[in-house]
Design a protein around this ligand. Structure first.
Ligand code: BJW
Ligand code: ZN
Length: 241
């Protein structure tokens, strides 16, 4: 199998990774859907919409604070590290739906956070936006303008940050290979990125422990975990030329 891949990987310069919760699962961060997924335990409509936030900002903040603490206590795994390593050999961009910052902590430079970041806050009213540097004395925290601060993440029904989304579409449409890692591809518009890549003739490889509804459109599906598959895959890509 590796021989077939390496043959196809010759002459590929621009590599785009599209990543989802599955890549951070082996770091100890739960995914959303599937067996131990967050949405099995919690109702997304009560935690991940702006209406839910205004209904009970303290509850939503407590949930994000608990997740933020967990995220700060875990480390990037060999999957994140392999992607960062590939930057030494190829032009690499990471289009991630994750808000955990683990790609950046692994050393990746070109990371586009499609759904925002759990380590950033923004005001619900004014333009204030900043990194969270410590815990909060009260939840919900308040902005200097007196209004409620919120996590800088994208909830259901909200638009993705337009500059990030525009760049992501450009990267997806211009890559030679797209490697789709650990995402169910259930959530739009991020799940359009492989479609843009395919339309522009890129080879698409999926790394996922389970089949997704787009698996049949992939050029190759590696049915294994990100931390197991990516170091080997990246090794092959960096060696062929
Ligand atoms: C492994 C592994 C291992 C496990 N190794 N693999 C009907 C009603 C209302 C809305 C809609 C609707 N129909 C469509 C919509 C749009 C909606 C949507 O797509 N909903 C679907 C669920 C149906 N999308 C939106 O609302 C988006 N906005 C939008 O469309 O705006 C339109 C607009 C335009 C202009 C103006 C205004 C509006 C926004 C989507 C935001 C998603 N937000 C969340 C929460 C972010 C913050 C937070 O983390 O709390 O983002 S939801 C959640 O899902 C999170 C994720 O980023 C996202 C994707 O999940 P992901 O990463 O794919 O994770 P999983 O769990 O689904 O999959 C994990 C995969 O990994 C699995 O396949 C496993 O097998 C695999 N895996 N371990 C490799 N070790
Ligand atoms: Zn404000």
């Amino acid at each position: 199998m590796w021989e077939t891949i390496s043959d196809k990987l010759k002459d590929t310069e621009k590599i785009v990774f599209v990543t989802g919760a599955g890549i951070s699962q082996e770091s100890g961060i739960p995914t959303f859907r599937g067996k131990d997924g967050l949405w099995r335990k919690y109702d997304p409509m009560k935690l991940a919409t702006i209406d839910a936030f205004y209904e009970d900002p303290k509850l939503v903040w407590e949930w994000y604070e608990e997740r933020r603490q967990n995220i700060l206590n875990v480390s990037p795994n060999p999957g994140h590290i392999a992607i960062a390593e590939l930057e030494k050999y190829r032009q690499v961009s990471v289009l991630t739906q994750n808000i955990d910052g683990l790609h950046q902590r692994a050393g990746s430079k070109n990371v586009y956070e499609l759904h925002g970041s759990i380590i950033t806050i923004k005001c619900t009213v004014c333009d204030f936006k900043n990194k969270i540097t410590s815990g909060f004395l009260q939840l919900p925290p308040l902005c200097k303008c007196g209004n409620i601060l919120r996590p800088d993440v994208v909830w259901f029904g909200e638009a993705l940050p337009q500059d990030v989304w525009k760049s992501a579409m450009i990267q997806a449409s211009a890559c030679d290979i797209m490697i789709v890692v650990g995402t169910s591809l259930e959530v739009s518009p991020a799940n359009l990125l492989p479609v843009y890549a395919k339309q522009n003739g890129a080879m698409i490889i999926e790394v996922n422990v389970e089949k997704t509804h787009m698996s049949s459109s992939m050029d190759l599906s590696l049915r294994t975990s990100a931390a197991k598959a990516l170091p080997g895959l990246v090794d092959i890509i960096s060696q062929v030329k």
